[in-house]
Design a protein around this ligand. Structure first.
Ligand code: 13P
Length: 254
């Protein structure tokens, strides 16, 4: 099955609402009308409202970086799926390694968020990946397997079309170290095998698996050429419109 590339920018805790306006305007002018590659930006919550009016007339989609698994109520500081939908958010990054490491998120708590996202018509970008220690002790595939089975427990087959995975080796995030093309393909192929075991061949062959971790214009082409790499989740390079858009162009083949 042919899968449309998805290039998503994870801005993390960067860009005020007014700075976001400038960055989105530049992204819009560079890639806002192209439809070959799907483009998504994930600014901080405080920029979502302004961003949603800016991307309304373009092909750029809006994503959030996290959300609560709860629908509403006494959860100070949290943001629900319904609140995101109201701002025309379509994607939500869940289980990013920074959430796992600094905010105590587990496969189980992330699983509740993944299920809440799809129940509310949001497309989860579920992040998985091993630490350096895990890679060096040959545990990469075992860690990935547990993250997939626990994080996607009870995920409905009817919603597999809306599922996106992001393989982000923790040692490659923000470090300038990238997985080689072969390392990325090995894990991506394994992820697809696990998805096939869970959801069946047809459904699994349509799921996009993004690579994240120091992806930049210089290495994007090689990574995106791998058969099971269906896009990128970009951190640092997504804060500069030109770098981000040249990754989009690498996916589009321009
Ligand atoms: P960098 O591209 O800055 O390494 O970050 C990757 C990432 O964490 C995207 O979610």
């Amino acid at each position: 099955m042919s899968r449309k590339y998805l290039i998503a920018g994870n801005w993390k805790m960067n860009m005020s609402a007014s700075e976001s306006v400038d960055l989105i305007s530049e992204i819009n002018s560079l890639v806002g009308q192209q439809i070959h590659t799907q483009v998504c930006i994930c600014p901080p919550f405080t920029s979502l409202q302004k961003s949603s009016s800016l991307v309304e007339q373009s092909e750029v989609h809006l994503g959030a970086q996290n959300m609560s698994s709860e629908p509403s109520g006494a959860f100070t500081g949290e943001i629900s799926a319904g609140m995101l939908r109201d701002l025309y958010v379509t994607f939500v990054i869940l289980g990013h390694s920074e959430r796992r490491e600094y905010f105590g998120e587990s496969n189980q708590s992330i699983n509740r968020k993944v299920l809440a996202a799809v129940e509310n018509n949001l497309k989860p970008i579920y992040c998985i990946g091993e630490t350096l220690e895990e890679r060096e002790s040959d545990q990469t595939l075992a860690v990935i397997k547990t993250q997939i089975y626990e994080g996607l427990a009870n995920y409905p087959l009817s919603e597999v079309d809306n599922l996106v995975l992001a393989y982000e080796p923790v040692w490659a995030i923000g470090t300038g170290k990238t997985a080689t093309n072969e390392m990325a393909q090995e894990v991506h192929a394994y992820v697809r095998k696990l998805l096939t075991d869970i959801f069946g061949d047809t459904a699994a062959s349509g799921v996009r698996i993004l690579y994240g971790g120091s992806m930049k214009p210089e290495n994007a082409k090689g990574l995106l050429a791998q058969p099971d790499v269906d896009g990128g989740l970009i951190g640092g390079a997504s804060l500069n419109a030109r770098s981000f858009c040249s990754i989009v162009e690498a996916a589009t083949g321009d």
